[in-house]
Design a protein around this ligand. Sequence first.
Ligand code: FAD
Ligand code: NAD
Length: 328
Amino acid sequence: MSAPIAIIGTGLAGLSAAQALHAAGLEVELFDKSRGSGGRMASKRSDAGSLDLGAQYFTARDRRFVEVVQHWQARGWVAEWDPELYQSNENGLSPSPDEQVRWVGTPRMSAISRALLGALPVHFSCRITEVFRGEQYWELQDTEGQSHGPFSSVIIATPAPQATGLLSAAPKLASAAASVIMEPTWAVALAFATALDTRVEGCFAQGSALDWVARNRSKPARDGSFDTWVLHASSSWSKQHLDLPKEAVIERLHGAFAELIGCPLPAPSISLAHRWLYARPASAHEWGALADADLGLYACGDWCLSGRVEGAWLSGQEAARRLLEHRQ
Ligand code: FAD
Ligand code: NAD
């Protein structure tokens, strides 16, 4: 009997692994606790159009990822975003242009994961709580007490703190995942009925509650008539205000934005907040992916590499490569 491979997590790492295994002719089955794919590359639909609340853009530096992004561009899944970049620090706001190529999903960040998922079999709203091995095969258990399987191998492609418990069959892998500290980010989106009187389209901030501000509307192919903005609090502010109610987070970050942007700020027509509990690893690693190939258990995710979109994709490729290598 040839059992499929289970992949837990449909963020970019899980989808990257799924694509590589599917291309090699193997059967995969995906699981995600959310209602859709994309993980931290998700976008939220709102009355002001779609809003990229997580990853804002991505860069491609590794040759393999550069090639893949070119392929995505040819298919219309991504486009270059060339914002008017600024920086903000104790000296105020100033232009900060550079030559870096930055990519975004079109017409929203989550378009990439939708396209990569394609018709692969997936269970959404399915949070896996246990990964256990029978005599020959793996099985998964979800929060509803339902079992899934049998599977020949399992790839866990969740943030490290969520992977630790699922890796208990391989204590070395579990302890590596447990050593990864992931920091939170509070995100706030604001939509203004009239455009703000500023040229800023992206701004790296220091010495503020915020560390990044983006004019969502300036990204290619975005819908809606509102002037939409996404604000990201710094890790330290987010940690200090982890349990603040959303309304208070919106008020504080709106205040920090008003101070940073330096133009009159009307009341937003729409404002919302989202807390990313495991937004980014505190430091980068060079693991590629974690593997116990004899057991058939693997873990991947941005936390195995650079903590960026590119790292997530490369990590998924590495998990798939290790699995395929073991099967040869
Ligand atoms: P994720 O995208 O987190 O995917 C993991 C998936 O696993 C999720 O869909 C989750 O629902 C699912 N899951 C978790 N536990 C379970 C379970 N028990 N059962 C089933 N499913 C489960 N990167 C950049 O390169 N550029 C940026 O500008 C940028 N900005 C960012 C801003 C923010 C606010 C955040 C949060 C991240 C940002 N990043 C950025 C980082 C980037 O989003 C991540 O590196 C990348 O998306 C991680 O992909 P992943 O597949 O490793 O994990
Ligand atoms: P990048 O090269 O654009 O940015 C890397 C870092 O370099 C920036 O954070 C910024 O500090 C600095 N920088 C780059 N261009 C600048 C400019 N023109 N002016 C001033 N400073 C500039 O992109 P990357 O290396 O792909 O990094 C991805 C981005 O994603 C980073 O900004 C990172 O902070 C962000 N990120 C955020 C989270 C989160 O949870 N908020 C998680 C992961 C990554």
